[in-house]
Design a protein around this ligand. Structure first.
Ligand SMILES: [Zn+2]
Length: 394
């Protein structure tokens, strides 16, 4: 039998990357029923069945598996489902999104997509914090468990169960991006070995992971498109960005569009993370507005508003101003949003390596991010961190 000759792998084309499908939001969210076809940077000749590559691999247990914990760590040694294989062209966009094997491929693609983004911001490959024990990350695509967690050597994905409707987290980009956010922080800043009593490492880790999810979501062309079309360029209508851990309204505990200040939070880590997430989100929106004003797409008076104080009338006025400009020059809006996104993403990434995980406080993290930003981005970040009572103005 003559095997299909893969021309692409014989040529430089194999280095161009690999195609996958990703749902930017879980497919049960209206408007997101169809996945996006994305190119990931990893060359086709570096990905094997599973998928697997030199830094990570997916396993899909055949029977129910106990979640990993203190006593149980990778590698998974039980019986596994057959690993998905790429198509004859060696791309992984060959599987039907409703097939069981798609879960494995989708989970892998989400992790790689997030890594591509954050490695770009960092300027270097992320080296796992557990690399001395496990050279590769194990992604468990499905466990019968209502949770998802990343830990020492693994990312494990269960399924939400809301009134009997089970939805695998392997299809939930937000959840995966959030968990990989934790892994990125530990890999770049280090593991807290003896955190001080007033350390904010864990609240910061929750905030950072939500922001990783938010900024990574903004890297889907289709997501930016939908967001801008739906809001006619007016991001003060937040809805779409606000959906992080998309399960149900009851379990959606991570909100970027909150108006909380530090004096209004408890010590609970997710609660204490909220002002930080809010400050980052407001900064992206404000930088976006500034860019629109600079490019003559919004009235300059907009910069005089504090977006947290906007009344309904102000909303309407801004909506009219921008809707007209958006109709004529939508590409400028897209550029403004990607510029704002990347200015903030770059600043966050630039701050990670100067953080001390044992003594980290939120004001130190804020200062490190501002220092890594510079220019107008630093000014906007500082104003927002100060408003949130995370730091006093420098
Ligand atoms: Zn978390």
């Amino acid at each position: 039998m003559r095997l299909l000759r893969d021309d692409a792998l014989d040529s430089a084309n194999a280095r161009l990357g690999t195609r996958f499908w990703i749902f930017p939001q879980p497919p049960f969210i209206p408007g997101y029923e169809e996945p996006d076809r994305v190119w990931l940077s990893i060359p086709r000749d570096e990905i094997g069945e599973g998928p697997s590559d030199p830094t990570m691999y997916v396993v899909d247990p055949l029977a129910d598996k106990e979640p990993y914990g203190f006593n149980q760590l990778p590698p998974f040694g039980g019986a596994k489902r057959a690993p998905p294989r790429p198509g004859p062209d060696r791309h992984f966009d060959n599987l039907r999104p409703d097939s069981r094997a798609f879960l494995d491929v989708h989970a892998y693609a989400c992790v790689r997509f997030v890594l591509d983004i954050w490695q770009s911001y960092l300027g270097h490959p992320i080296r796992w914090f557990f690399r001395q024990t496990f050279p590769r990350l194990e992604i468990v695509a499905f466990v019968n468990w209502d949770n998802a967690h990343a830990g020492y050597g693994f990312l494990e994905l269960g399924c939400s169960d809301i009134e009997g409707v089970r939805r695998p987290y392997a299809l939930n980009f937000d959840t995966i991006a959030h968990e990989i956010g934790h892994t990125i922080l530990l890999s770049e800043a280090g593991i807290p070995t003896a955190p001080s009593r007033d350390s904010d490492f864990f609240p910061f880790s929750e905030a950072f992971s939500d922001v990783v999810s938010l900024i990574s979501f903004l890297h889907f062309d289709s997501a930016i498109d939908r967001l801008l079309r739906r809001t006619r360029g007016n991001l003060l209508l937040y809805n779409e960005l606000n959906r992080f851990a998309e399960t149900s309204p009851e379990t959606q505990i991570r909100l970027a569009t909150n108006f909380r200040r530090m004096s209004e939070t408890s010590r609970e880590v997710h609660d204490r993370a909220l002002p930080f997430i809010g400050a980052i989100f407001d900064t992206i929106v404000e930088l976006y507005h500034r860019e629109l004003v600079a490019r003559d797409c919004a009235d300059t008076r907009l910069l005089d508003f504090d977006i947290r104080d906007l009344e309904l009338d102000d909303f309407d006025r801004f909506r009219q101003m921008t809707a007209g400009a958006f109709q004529v020059k939508p590409m400028i809006f897209r550029l403004a949003l990607t510029a704002a996104r990347d200015a903030v993403g770059q600043a966050l990434a630039g701050a990670l390596q100067v953080l001390d995980p044992n003594t980290l406080r939120l004001d130190q993290a804020a200062n490190a991010i501002i220092s890594a930003a510079g220019g107008a981005t630093a000014d906007v970040l500082e104003a927002n961190f100060a408003w949130r009572e995370i730091m006093t103005r420098r």
